[in-house]
Design a protein around this ligand. Structure first.
Ligand SMILES: Nc1ncnc2c1ncn2[C@@H]1O[C@H](COP(=O)(O)OP(=O)(O)OP(=O)(O)O)[C@@H](O)[C@H]1O
Length: 228
């Protein structure tokens, strides 16, 4: 379970304090398929970065299970992130000099004690899950946008994270490919009870999630469960 208690984030812009997240109180259960929506600049990416251990709040506590991640130092935070959290970005962020297989393998650097045959098995299973087995030797620039995002999804999942954060994962994809990617993430959530937290403007994602959290000016103005 993820619990945010009175979380605020202030950016210093010269003399001015910019309070972009204000007293956020938010609980997300494992296995939820949830979207954070709101106008541009409302703080969606900032919330994802805070819960995703990429940034620290100015005030408040963020618990992931029993761990208050705001108390961790930079190294501990990076380790915690590597073991528990996966990320999917709108620009895919694959490493151009690594093959599809190697891109998916990359986050396993964090898991030192995983035997080589187990690593290989995990990667092959994910390649199959995202339907990229026959493309595993290719490099990112030889793939379509949808294929790149499927690789990025496999990479986000290879460490068996409890939580996956997806920041506008369909922004660079056409409608048909977006729908395929959303279905793929939904199937993964259902099969493995993986938590997916999206920051998005995409109606196709908003129509698929079970819960919609609306941010305006760094505050939650709506939080509703929806039947899917
Ligand atoms: N590093 C930073 N320094 C200063 N201000 C920042 C920084 N990062 C974000 N902001 C500001 O914080 C506010 C929230 O930004 P954020 O990117 O979280 O919004 P968003 O809802 O994700 O927007 P979008 O939908 O356009 O991606 C914005 O006003 C932005 O300008």
């Amino acid at each position: 379970m993820i619990v945010n208690q009175n979380v605020s984030k202030v950016y210093k812009m010269g003399e001015i304090d910019l309070r972009v997240i204000k007293n956020l109180n938010l609980t997300i259960e494992y296995g939820e398929f949830v979207a954070i929506v709101g106008p541009s600049g409302s703080g969606k990416s900032t919330v994802l970065n805070l819960i995703g251990c990429l940034d620290k709040p100015t005030e408040g506590k963020i618990f992931i299970d029993e761990t208050d991640i705001t108390k961790l130092d930079t190294t501990a935070l990076a380790n915690f992130r590597g073991e528990n959290i996966g990320f999917i970005f709108q620009s895919f962020n694959l490493i151009p000099v690594l093959s599809v297989y190697e891109n998916i393998e990359y986050p396993l650097i964090m898991i030192q004690n995983l035997p080589q045959d187990e690593r290989h098995k995990r990667i092959m299973k994910l390649l199959e899950d995202v339907d990229m087995l026959d493309q595993k030797e290719k490099f990112p620039d030889q793939l379509s946008g949808g294929q790149r995002q499927r690789v990025a999804i496999a990479r986000a999942l290879v460490t068996n994270p409890k939580i996956v954060f997806a920041d506008e994962p369909t922004a660079n994809l056409d409608t048909k490919t977006s729908n395929q990617i959303i279905t793929l993430m939904r199937n993964i959530q259902r099969e493995f009870n993986t938590t997916f937290i999206f920051a998005t403007h995409d109606e196709k994602i908003v129509n698929e999630v079970d819960r919609i959290i609306t941010l305006v000016d760094g505050e939650i103005v709506g939080d509703k469960k929806v039947a899917s």
